[in-house]
Design a binder for this molecule. Sequence first.
Ligand SMILES: [Mg+2]
Length: 378
Amino acid sequence: MKITEIDFYLCHYPLPAPFMPSWIPGFPQHNNSCLITVVKTDEGIEGYSAMVGFLDESRGLVGMMRPFLVGRDPTRIENIVQVIRSAHYLGYKAFFMEVAMWDILGKKAGLPIYKLLGGGDGRIKAYASSGEIQEPKKRVEYIKEIQKMGFRAAKLRIRSMEFEKDIAVVEAVRNAVGDDFDIMVDANQGWPIHLGLVEWPRWDLKRAMRTAAVLEDLDVRWIEEPLFKHDYDGMAALRASTTIPIAGGEFNTDLYEFRDLIGGGCLDIVQPDVTLAGGILMGKKIAGMAEAANLQFSPHTWTNGLGFAANLQLMGSVHICPYCEFPFEPPGWVPEARDFMLKEPFTVGKDGYITVPDKPGLGVELDMEKILAHGEKL
Ligand SMILES: [Mg+2]
């Protein structure tokens, strides 16, 4: 099989309401912006993937990917990874392209990717992943809403300037849900985006330790990204100081960074995102390292519907994944906008579990009408 052509669509799908991501303080996000790729082959099979793409930075990547990949066999994925890794060294975040190769391989084999990777039971408990810093009252309303949807777990953002505000929101939610509900927290300190719009808190080890010490009483399931993504010593010291599991890795890349995170005793829950960390094959290798270190594994999914689909397939292939992140922050970040490029948005069952698609490849179909209506072909 050979890759004959690669189509790219830079899309800006309008959100139903502005969304204020805690990871870009003060910045209202109005669109789900992404670069969608359709990799075509001489056998007529197509593979899909997408990356987050805001402005024109995607154009250089598009120019490089075509000469790098056209003419190659998409089913030789280890070989493709080496080529994409070269683009990464040259400054292009191209690892998401690997996902399209798995989509092609799965369609060729007639199997979903998670089964090609070993196959777990195909169902994962989901947690609602909020994205904004909210007052306790508003956050409790959110929790009531997601409980009705079936969720039995949620992740809160704790990134206020004052320590007390971080604690207050967790306390309010714990009081509202009782004991039989998992609460995760995310401090978003791993890859701070600072546009100078508003103040944001820069955590150090002492703030992280102080927060963890108080959250122990509130039975928090994990603390995510409490420190910078390369502060391996800090994460290890924090982890040794608390009984709360430490999670991270969503913006770390390639095997060596995860070797250092895992070997350095930084994490309890390893969270690569296949579209950022190196692809599905890399994700499976990282899962193996995590398993050998007796850690858990719960990939980051907050990009878009295709990124979610790719990470979900990987989750379905391992047995150390306790939770699937389900990005959800109405009214702005809702499944219809998050997954606009898919014919069917992902949903969670009434039992709070998500089912890994069982169709070949990623198991998703593109909504080309919406992609063309909101995208520019590059
Ligand atoms: Mg996170």
